[in-house]
Ligand binder design. Structure first.
Ligand code: GAP
Length: 449
């Protein structure tokens, strides 16, 4: 399903089941900031763990890093963010709502501002002169709120990697080509945030910067592009027909090649429903050269074996943890008619699902709750997140787990008490398999990989 209502349905399901809540909701909410609830935090953590496994743990040539959010203010001069990280902004003179000029023109279909109608109040052509608005959040380091103490909340995690390039390379004794990966918060004072967690002002990025010898950068870019596309389908379980690669025609100031991995969310996201979830860039030697220039410190890579010195080129893969999590939810959401009722199912890949199984006693008597509790506790002890539920009819308990995205439900019934077997129900097919209680862990482990 990819209809226009999908986002609304996801917002409502997320609140109902504890995936995502609006931030500071009891105060009327904060603009485009969201909190992850009990199931959401597990899903997002599983997404991040899967990325870390693929990018760091399974590779000898990529090291992990966790750099601080607050950095020396000169970092943002060197990176170009102070001069370039701006959007042209206009304000409607009638209702005082503000819009990004490019979004306004594309959403209203107007060729120029003079003919664009305000999406909020409907007035036409009543716009202030466009002015550039910097998207970085400013704050102050220390007690004095003056310009000498201005620092910024980082708008991307990448710069923390560039300034640590030699620290990591030398301490981990890496040789080019190698990469540095990190996961962390980034902040952008977006003018037109929206579409649930798609465009927010506080979000998390999973970025990897791969340092290569100049001249090998184009081949490395292609390799990473292919690898990252595969990760989205094979590891995140995103449907291949809802995924595409879109090369950039207009390049950012630092890039010689760039493109986006896009997912089809539908509705008002991006280009006719296709929204960017990951950017892949050939950043050349721009960043290291600029940091060398602004810091006055040499950022040369010394290849002692080949007696060479150079500033490496960088291939960057930058994916939003929140956007991929939203794509996983959108990809998983299904509604189907079952026995005259609508069944809502989140068909999340079992390896990513927040809960791996529900455990239910068929009835609240005859020793079944005790047996079911013992199975639930055993699963939890073995690191398999499980949920015990004895409330209500068994059909309703299955439905609650379907909506929560739990791939398997184990039911303890009369046969369990007599013969030691349980049923395991598959969320997607609703088929039930009967197996011995002793086989549960192996059966689940095979399917949770
Ligand atoms: N270091 C490169 C960089 O930051 P980007 O294309 O601006 O590149 C990379 O951002 C990814 O970060 C995007 O593909 C998206 O997944 C995520 N992202 C960017 N802005 C976001 C926002 N306002 N809300 C949520 N995610 C965002």
């Amino acid at each position: 399903m990819a209809d226009n209502d999908l986002m609304e349905k996801l917002v409502s399901l997320s609140k109902r089941r504890g995936y995502v809540f609006q931030s500071s909701e009891i105060y009327g909410g904060t603009g485009s900031v969201w909190d992850y609830g009990p199931l959401g935090v597990e899903l997002k953590r599983n997404v991040k763990d899967a990325w870390w496994r693929a990018m760091v743990h399974e590779r000898d040539d990529i090291e992990g890093l966790d750099a601080a959010i607050l950095m020396h203010p000169k970092v943002w001069e060197a990176s170009g963010h102070i001069a370039e990280f701006t959007d042209p902004l206009v304000e409607c003179r009638n209702c005082h709502r503000r819009f990004r000029v490019d979004t306004l023109l594309s959403e209203t279909g107007a060729k120029e501002l003079e003919t664009a109608q305000c999406p909020s109040c409907g007035k036409r052509g009543e716009w202030t002169e466009p002015r550039n608005f910097n998207l970085m959040f400013k704050t102050f380091m220390g007690p004095a709120e003056d310009s000498a103490n201005v620092v910024y909340l980082r708008p991307e995690t990448a710069q923390g990697i560039y300034v640590n390039f030699l620290n990591v390379q030398q301490s981990a004794r890496q040789r080019v080509p190698f990469g540095i990966a990190q996961i962390g918060k980034a902040f952008r004072n977006e003018i037109t945030p929206g579409n649930f967690t798609f465009r927010t002002r506080e979000f998390e990025q999973m970025e990897m910067q791969f340092f290569v010898k100049p001249g090998t950068d184009e081949a490395a870019f292609e390799e990473w592009r292919e690898r990252r596309m595969k990760w989205h389908t094979e590891v995140m379980g995103l449907s291949p027909d809802r995924l595409r690669y879109h090369p950039h025609e207009k390049l950012a100031h630092y890039a010689s090649a760039a493109g986006d991995v896009e997912f089809f969310f539908g509705g008002t996201i991006g280009d006719e429903g296709w929204g960017e979830i990951e950017g892949i860039h050939n950043r050349t030697d721009f960043d290291l050269k600029r940091h060398q220039e602004f810091s006055g410190k040499k950022l040369l890579y010394v290849d002692a074996q080949n007696n060479e010195r150079y500033i490496p080129y960088i291939i960057e893969t930058s994916v939003g943890a929140d956007r991929v999590t939203l794509a996983v939810l959108a990809n998983a959401y299904r509604e189907e008619a079952v026995e005259g009722e609508t069944r809502v199912v989140l068909s999340i890949k079992p390896s990513l699902a927040p809960l791996k199984c529900g455990v239910f006693p068929l009835v609240k008597k005859d020793g079944m709750p005790e047996r079911a509790t013992a199975i639930h506790e055993d699963l939890r002890r073995r690191g398999i997140p499980s949920f015990y539920d004895e409330a209500g009819a068994i059909g309703r308990r299955y439905r609650r787990q379907d909506e929560a995205g739990t791939p398997f439900c184990i039911t303890v019934d009369g046969e369990t008490m007599e013969q030691g077997t349980v049923t395991i129900r598959d969320r997607d097919s609703m088929e039930q398999t009967r197996l011995s209680q002793d086989e549960i862990v192996n059966w689940l482990t095979e399917r949770l990989r």
